[in-house]
Write a new protein. Sequence first.
Lengths: 117, 111
Amino acid sequence: EAGVAQSPRYKIIEKRQSVAFWCNPISGHATLYWYQQILGQGPKLLIQFQNNGVVDDSQLPKDRFSAERLKGVDSTLKIQPAKLEDSAVYLCASSLDLGPYSGNTIYFGEGSWLTVV
Amino acid sequence: LAKTTQPISMDSYEGQEVNITCSHNNIATNDYITWYQQFPSQGPRFIIQGYKTKVTNEVASLFIPADRKSSTLSLPRVSLSDTAVYYCLVAYGGATNKLIFGTGTLLAVQP
């Protein structure tokens, strides 16, 4: 079974530039998550989709971050304009139904590494 | 505010059993705990998940005591390749309704 696919794996941009990350979840997984993981810290949830709808985006910095999940499958996370503190790994993950709330596991991709200089 | 903490680091030797604890607010009887392993430059990898007293699979066990204020990941007979950061993920249901990762534990296994 194919896992969660993410691209690009690595990206270096200058501050104030924009960047977009793409994610393809595991086939059949209704729920998709974007996490931010700063070096040395645990992942922090940015946004959670169930199918096309947003379940939780309370920690998404909406002035610069945006995410969409068209057609309930692939998703894109965009940062514009980027700041130095956005340097992190952006992890996409997916699960069946409500994930751990219903006893299903969240599976992670390998992450997209962003360095803002 | 839901808080989930773990020891920063642990040391062990090959062949030993390692127990890593995750401390959290007392969780509801059907709130799930999930443990992940993470190597450098990789995404978190699923180890085990459960909500009851004890869950065991081919690689680990998960223990949740009656007061449900903590949970413990048990790794039997660790090897050098188990050196990694381990995270717990708590699915707080009810009014909290948040998925919160622990602070992570770096396990260093020595020969």
